[in-house]
Design a protein around this ligand. Structure first.
Ligand code: FAD
Length: 381
């Protein structure tokens, strides 16, 4: 629960807060067609997609509250385009398709999922700061353009503007998606599985056994359950974030790497990459360094205080990319893990890939790049 002090929960309505703790300690369905283990954004989006697709009865279980893991502490940015500079094409394609799906969800889910469209401006201290490779969505800004869009910068900088990106309050999106699910149980952890032949016959939980037709593990890191032979290399990378008091300064959406402005004028700043720090506590010195970076970039907000400060852990595979796959050796179990820095962005398309695969029995084309086989077959002989 390291993200408990994040700003997101305070922005929710009481009905949305109630959704996050739905079905506490009670399994409403012991023989679901599909059991989803893990109530972060990947699990909730997958359960919602399977339910919408009419794949039968869907039960979601979560060890804590919905959003108790990385999801509850994420910045919530849905910005696929800048990944063109840093990631391979299949990743960028998946990210773009996922932002499209976020827009569809915002239209189809009652009340929407809280999608906020924003412009992304990346600051480059020197003109060579961005690779020469240009996607059509980028508008180049000279220092005068940047200065007119981002008032109060410490020094003139060129930049890149990308329109039509987005962000969400990740807990609001979770709550809105979960509201459409008939069967959600929180405070229930999967503990072990019983495998018969090539199928999971039963999942033992802290509140009794479940006999599912199919299982999706969306546990952030790969699931560690007795009886389940999954051995994927993975680790966690801690990150700190803060939200300031409201400020009168107006930023256009996200100004990377400085800040993102929220609805009420607060600035969302971070997150850090605190490699090697496994402690769940917020470190005041990291918060101070985030604030120092903000003041150095934007002297106009010097003295603005952090009203919220929190940290959480990004689940990561060694290549920094997710796994979206059938569990090796099993016919009725799937997993998604290691969404690292972009799990909120990638959730709807991940859900779609898994839902198609479960429904059709065949992997969709997008799944190829995200197989766990890229780490070799590490199952015990
Ligand atoms: C500082 C920071 C900033 C970030 N910013 C962004 C961003 O701007 N945009 C973006 O797209 N991504 C961002 N991320 C990444 C994003 O938070 C993660 O990639 C995403 O939340 C992963 O979602 P998930 O559902 O896979 O995992 P999680 O949110 O960790 O959910 C997994 C859930 O499974 C549950 N669980 C685990 N084991 C069991 C079990 N045995 N039984 C039952 N339940 C179980 C856990 O309790 C947990 O709730 C950020 C992350 C951090 C740390």
């Amino acid at each position: 629960m390291v993200a408990d002090t994040a700003i997101w929960r305070d922005q929710l309505t009481p009905a949305e807060v109630a959704q996050l703790g739905r079905g506490a300690g009670v399994i409403p369905l012991s023989k679901p067609d599909i059991l989803v283990v893990g109530g972060g954004i990947a699990g909730v989006a997958t359960a919602a997609a399977c339910h919408e697709a009419g794949l039968g009865s869907v039960l979601l279980i979560e060890a804590g509250r919905l959003g108790a893991g990385a999801t509850g502490g994420a910045a919530g940015l849905l910005t696929p385009e800048p990944h063109e500079w840093s990631d391979p094409q299949p990743f960028v394609d998946l990210a773009r398709a996922s932002l499209d799906r976020w827009s569809l969800l915002d239209q189809s889910v009652p009340g929407g999922v809280g999608l906020v469209e924003l412009d992304w401006i990346g600051l480059a201290p020197d003109p060579g700061g961005f690779a020469p490779h240009l996607q059509p969505s980028v508008e180049w800004l000279d220092p005068a353009d940047v200065a007119s869009l981002v008032p109060g910068l410490a020094r003139p900088m060129a930049g890149a503007l990308i329109r039509h990106q987005a962000r969400v309050n990740p807990l609001r999106s979770l709550a809105r998606l979960a509201a459409g699910l008939p069967a959600v149980a929180t405070g229930i952890a999967a503990v072990s599985v019983t495998v018969r032949g090539e199928r999971i016959a039963s999942v033992s939980t802290t509140s009794g056994a479940i006999q599912p037709g199919a299982v999706v593990f969306a546990t952030g890191l790969p699931p560690l359950l007795d009886g389940l032979a999954i051995d994927l290399p993975a680790s966690q990378v801690k990150g700190h974030l803060l939200a300031t008091e409201p400020t009168a300064l107006r930023l256009p959406g996200t100004v990377a790497p400085v800040a993102t402005q929220l609805e009420d004028g607060r600035l969302l700043v971070g997150g850090t990459f605190d490699t090697g720090d496994e402690t769940p506590q917020v470190r005041p010195e990291v918060i101070d360094s985030i604030l120092a970076g903000l003041y150095a970039a934007l002297p106009a907000v010097r003295g603005l205080k952090a009203a919220y400060q929190w940290c959480c852990f990004r689940p990561r595979h060694p290549d920094g990319r997710p796994v979206i796959d059938r569990v090796p050796g099993l016919a009725n179990a799937w997993l998604t893990s290691g969404h690292y820095r972009t799990g909120i962005l990638m959730a709807p398309i991940t859900a779609q890939v898994l839902c198609h695969w479960i429904g059709a029995g065949q992997p969709p084309a997008e799944a190829d790049a995200w197989s766990s086989a890229r780490f070799g077959d590490r199952r015990p002989a």
